[in-house]
Design a protein around this ligand. Sequence first.
Ligand code: 5AD
Ligand code: FES
Length: 386
Amino acid sequence: MAYQQKLFLSRPEETAQRNNMNEENILVELTEKLKSTQHLDKDEWISLFDGRKKDQGNRDIDDYIGMTAREISVEHFGHDVYTRGLIEFTSFCRNDCYYCGLRSSNKNAERYRLTKDQILECCRQGYDLGFRTFVLQGGEDPGPFGNMTGDEWITDTVRSIRSGWPDCAVTLSVGERSRDIYQKFFDAGAERFLLRHETADPAHYRSLHPASLSLENRLRCLRDLKDIGYQTGTGFMVGSPGQNSECLAEDMLFIEELQPEMIGIGPFVPHHDTPFARESAGTAEDTLFCLSALRLMMPDALIPATTALGTILPDGRERGILAGANVIMPNLSPVSVRKKYELYDNKICTGEEAAECRGCLERRMMSIGYSIVVSRGDHPRAGRRY
Ligand code: 5AD
Ligand code: FES
């Protein structure tokens, strides 16, 4: 009787265990398929994201995909980590994205513009610290910068950096422009451009942005950038309000179609002066999972372990590298303006000098067996123009 009772009692547990195993096998199979074909159909992506969500608490699949992605990354890049010196040159923005602390409606945001001389000084310091890529990032700032429009000023500044440091790459991250302007920036010597699509789902895009912005124009920009010949980066926030597995599936399919050279993702982190102040942040686990999935889909892409990931998890950037990322982007902006470039709350590295961050990251990378390299860090398949 005791035996029978035990048998009876254990049956539902066994079934649950069997179901879990089936679920896990399916996730492993999907991961394997992604690794070997660099492709999943939309319903497979949804099964992967949904299946993992159902299986919360069982981190085996996270470990599995992370390890697999790390192997692929090591195959392509060894234990080298590329760096980019980030210069946040303007906190003015004409847009009003609901998630971003620099949105134009945020009257508490302190606005600043760096001068060209300040930027060149950042490059000088950055070069000595071993940076061979400078990323000029800013809000969509129409200017004026002195007697120049924003576009003229960017063109002029890119030209000066390129002539001062001809062995360095310049990356722009300045938002949406006309094709004509993108071409002018390119002709001035900018070879790379970062423009996250934010979400590839039209309804989700609508819920994150005001009516003046459209997914259509965002995608037009990205296609123009690729077409002109930029090494192009796109990406999205993980855990932004309203994001579900279907949104993520669309993000993956869009990225597969665009074939960007760079992919930046980080967790959504609320900013206290935005409409999303009370929304919860994306998680490090979800971000790392997406990062690994991206690495499997795009084996030779340049993928940073982002500052946002380092903000929600103390060793987030190390974990990002171990999950398949191969780039880090420390801040080179003058410390006096760091806190003012506040996209989200509690952003790290706002008090540290460029040299401190550089040293800190060197140690962090060494602690996991990786090392920072002095290199432009172009995409393996990118044609060089200079
Ligand atoms: N949390 C996380 N990332 C953010 N970004 C903007 N606001 C936030 C936020 N609240 C990201 C966007 C943008 C990039 C420069 O920073 O994805 O493209
Ligand atoms: Fe800035 Fe560690 S990277 S202090």
